[in-house]
Ligand binder design. Structure first.
Ligand SMILES: NC(=O)c1ccc[n+]([C@@H]2O[C@H](COP(=O)([O-])OP(=O)(O)OC[C@H]3O[C@@H](n4cnc5c(N)ncnc54)[C@H](O)[C@@H]3O)[C@@H](O)[C@H]2O)c1
Length: 297
């Protein structure tokens, strides 16, 4: 049985991962800044990653630490830069500091994002392709990836980074990712037309949250995944194709709007993932695509 700490267990990805780990023979402990864990969450403790006192009495004798706490955003990062740096970068540094002082040898599992890449039309991005950070959040994530490498080099802290493109779906409750599909669903479930900026031709890799959990689980059990960065692949669709699937399901239309000036500056071109590196490790099979998930909605 593997043991783990999961920080950020109340979030969209964290809560799915927590339930997944419980069902897959992990002995996992959950942490988040909220006073209580989400409904039904076992083994929970309130924890603030920005506060070093929170780390006292953490169990250092675990195999993995899933660091899924974080602040996410685009334009709002420019106003809340102190919070973003504090949670997304200082939080990780606090974790390293505690690991050094406690002798914790766990491997950190860290979710990064498509937003570290320079988007490219009609091209599938590989892990080493060019980076471009247009937001504070994207810069935080790239900084965190570099910090993981730095602390592995200097102190032997092990890690695996998974870059996630556009997650969607849920297995319980009614919390969806705040990303693209969540935005479409928010409109469509209220019987409103979906708003699409531009012509919708930009493409992304869409991955169901269950497939994300499954991929992370099998990859980290493989020892070759230590100190590696992986793209998690998905279904490659244009935003228009994804919006059309959601709109057809709920019988609403699509309202094309010009890009707001700032949103256009911050948006990347196509970010479609090449996941051949991960495939050479575990050959992940996807159980969901957007259409079959929507059919069961
Ligand atoms: N959802 C996506 O589209 C996506 C894509 C790529 C990467 N990621 C990354 O994966 C991680 C989880 O994403 P998510 O969608 O579950 O986000 P989320 O916002 O749903 O969850 C983040 C969790 O972190 C917790 N948190 C915030 N500040 C904290 C603090 N100081 N101490 C302890 N906990 C704190 C929040 O309470 C929340 O439960 C984030 O780092 C995010 O950047 C998400």
């Amino acid at each position: 049985m593997k043991t783990s700490l999961l920080i950020g267990s109340n979030g969209y990805l964290g809560r799915h991962l927590s339930v997944f780990l419980d069902h897959n023979n992990f002995k996992n402990q959950n942490f988040d800044i909220h006073p209580a864990g989400f409904e039904g969450l076992n083994n929970y403790r309130q924890f603030d990653i920005t506060d070093k006192i929170s780390f006292q009495n953490l169990d250092a004798n675990v195999d993995f630490i899933f660091l899924f706490a974080g602040l996410t955003g685009t334009a709002d990062g420019f106003d809340k830069y102190q919070d973003f740096v504090k949670v997304n970068e200082i939080g990780l540094l606090n974790l390293f500091d505690w690991m050094r002082s406690s002798g914790c040898k766990a491997r950190i599992i860290f979710p990064s994002t498509r937003l570290v890449y320079k988007g490219r039309k009609n091209y599938a991005l590989k892990e080493d392709d060019a980076k471009e950070t247009k937001t504070i959040y994207a810069l935080n994530k790239l900084a965190a990836e570099n910090l993981l490498w730095m602390y592995q080099n200097a102190f032997g802290v092990n890690y695996t980074v998974f870059r996630i493109c556009v997650p969607y779906g849920n297995l319980f409750g009614n919390t969806y990712s705040y990303g693209t599909i969540g935005f479409f669903l928010d409109k469509a479930t209220k019987n409103q037309d979906i708003v699409l900026f531009g012509d919708g031709s930009i493409r992304r890799s869409f991955t169901h949250v269950a497939d994300i959990c499954n991929t992370i689980y099998y990859a980290i059990l493989h020892e070759d995944s230590e100190n590696q960065i992986y793209n998690i692949g998905g279904e490659n669709l244009s935003l228009l194709a994804a919006a059309t699937l959601v709109a057809d399901k709920f019988g609403v239309g699509i309202n094309f709007m010009p890009w707001p000036e700032m949103a256009l500056k911050l948006e990347s071109d196509d970010t479609v993932f090449d996941d051949s590196k991960l495939r050479s490790l575990i050959n992940p099979s996807r159980k969901f695509d957007l259409q079959n998930w929507l059919a069961s909605f």
